[in-house]
Ligand binder design. Structure first.
Ligand SMILES: C[S@@+](CC[C@H](N)C(=O)[O-])C[C@H]1O[C@@H](n2cnc3c(N)ncnc32)[C@H](O)[C@@H]1O
Length: 345
């Protein structure tokens, strides 16, 4: 039970406005019609109106997060095991559900849809990123089965297919960080380009960039890369190239790049020679992504870079060492920004 102002239907709208002005409407209960009367829930007695004690239904509130949405649905032990953070890529939420909670996946999906009105599809991760294309298998567990989505960041739009193309919303800051270093007139070699997040953000943030060669092996990712370049109107800046960087770089742009991006942490060390073939003879910058043990994430990467740079006659200066993300227990995904300059003869 609770206080409510009781008014005839014909006067309801006017009285509602007055109660709002007075700031006495109780937002936790619903205004309700009964017979010829409307009952407005109020937080205190209001002079000049008939105030009654009445039972009104509670207002339905959108849960704040999935924990709140699931607190009366899952057991405390299940709530404990729930992976609370997940990625939202366009209209698709991608969630990890531990084996022991698989029987609860419908409840978890319902909670995500209730908390995030923009999410239309909930997909569950079915394993880690694998293979040459670094794609992660997923299975749709609720909503629209369509996994082709459009993601927006830093003023660009990217279309991609979740599960068929690599993409991580978690590297948004990293893309901005790299793009902000690019100077007017630069030629950029965006190796391992995926659907194009690095080239697109660079082209948006540095309109003075001369050319960006974006190379991608996965035909599905390449198809979206081409589409994304068109969709954002960067056809004069970004050249999408389908193929293996090992074939493409020596054939299409050897010795032409001021800057080389290597966002393939799993095997980037195998392509350091290709990065150096892409660079201008006088040198330039390489953004090298790799995985490293938490206790010493950079040393092995630096050793490899120095080894290959020496073969190519370059001096190495490490400009930045940065942790990008946790990859696995005690393993970090890291980036090193490297300046290579020609050793004096
Ligand atoms: C970790 S993903 C990064 C994709 C993109 N840069 C991003 O951040 O979303 C690495 C990409 O490199 C591509 N790839 C792997 N080996 C390649 C190669 N030898 N030549 C060109 N692309 C390759 C994969 O298909 C994948 O799309």
């Amino acid at each position: 039970m609770g206080l409510a102002v009781k008014v005839r239907k014909g006067e309801a709208e006017e009285v509602r406005k007055k109660l709002v002005e007075m700031g006495v409407l109780d937002r936790d209960r619903k205004a309700t019609k009964r017979g010829d009367f409307v009952y407005f829930p109020v937080t205190q007695p209001v002079e000049g109106y008939e105030v009654v004690d009445v039972d009104l239904p509670p207002t339905k509130k959108k849960p704040r997060d999935i924990v709140e949405a699931l607190k009366d649905v899952l057991t405390p032990e299940e709530l404990e095991r729930l992976v609370k953070s997940f990625d939202i890529i366009g209209h698709v939420a991608v969630i990890e559900i531990p084996e022991e909670l698989r029987k609860r996946e419908a409840d978890i999906a319902r909670a995500i849809l209730a908390v995030h009105p923009n999410v239309k599809t909930v997909a569950v991760e079915e394993g880690p990123h694998t293979g040459e294309f670094r794609v992660q298998p997923v299975r749709v567990i609720a909503g629209d089965p369509n996994l082709v989505t459009v993601y927006r960041e830093h003023g660009v739009r990217m279309m991609l297919e979740v599960g068929k193309t690599y993409f991580s919303v978690r590297h948004s800051y990293e893309r901005k960080r790299i793009a902000e270093q690019v100077k007017p007139g630069e030629v950029v070699a965006a190796l391992f380009a995926g659907v194009g997040p690095y080239p697109l953000v660079i082209a948006r943030k540095q309109p003075g960039v001369k050319k960006i060669y974006a190379v991608e092996l996965n035909p599905v990712a390449w198809k979206y890369l081409v589409k994304n370049v068109e969709m954002n109107g960067f056809q004069d800046k970004i050249i999408p190239v389908r193929g293996d960087v090992r074939d493409v770089v020596p054939r299409m742009f050897p010795g032409m790049a001021d800057r080389v991006l290597m966002p393939l942490p799993k095997t980037s060390h195998e392509f350091l020679d290709i990065a150096m073939i892409a660079l201008k003879p006088e040198g330039g910058i390489v953004h090298y992504y790799t995985f490293g043990p938490a206790e010493d994430p950079y040393s092995e990467a630096e050793r490899k870079i120095r080894e290959v740079a020496e073969e190519f006659g370059y001096n190495v200066e490490v400009l930045t060492r940065r942790k990008v993300a946790d990859y696995a227990p005690y393993v970090w995904k890291v980036v090193l920004d490297i300046k290579l300059s020609r050793v004096a003869p």
